[in-house]
Design a protein around this ligand. Sequence first.
Ligand code: ZN
Length: 233
Amino acid sequence: MNRAHNLFRLQQIDLEIDKNKARLSEITKILGDDAELNRAVDAREKAETKLADTRASLQSAEGSVSTQRFKIEQTEKTLYSGTVQNPRELQDLQMESESLNRYLATLEDRLLDAMVAHEDAESEFNSALSQLELIQVRREHEHEDLDKEQSHILNDQLRLGTDREAALTIIPADDLSLYDRLRKKQSGLAIALLEGSNCSLCGLATGSSIQQTIRSATDLVQCKQCNRILYAG
Ligand SMILES: [Zn+2]
């Protein structure tokens, strides 16, 4: 019975299980991460509020201009209707008309500013909206892929669990407890391959009689430097 080989096979299974577990927790993290989406939703809401505000300002500016135009129209109608004959009153009306027209120019400037602000807010809103839609579509695809990957890995874990059970049946309890101890201490790698005469993981060279023992594989031999079980492959 090749004890090192059986442990090496177990280690291959365990490394695959570890890799799958790490990927599964990564996937869970990605699936639960809504930060980008939430930012885009916030941006759209802000842009929507701003758009509504600028629309209200625009409507109010339009209202002011049309009220002012109506006042001017009324004043000029009185002025040119011939009903007012008194030169003093006519002069007053003339001055009032001029003053109303001056203020109309100010109101029209304000209207122009309000139109520009509204257009800007509109294009900001459209870009926030398309950004959000882009993120939503991308996430949908991403999540679909991740869901598939997740269920594929979960199936793989079931298969590996069965393989592990089978591998364990031919490993003596002492070998298994040494393996478990080493895996914990040596960041998951309890077994090292022998490459030529060296430990593949720490590089220490072994003598030829030890190499012989490793190759015969009836006893477990540990590397004198990193303590890992050496396997001839
Ligand atoms: Zn070593």
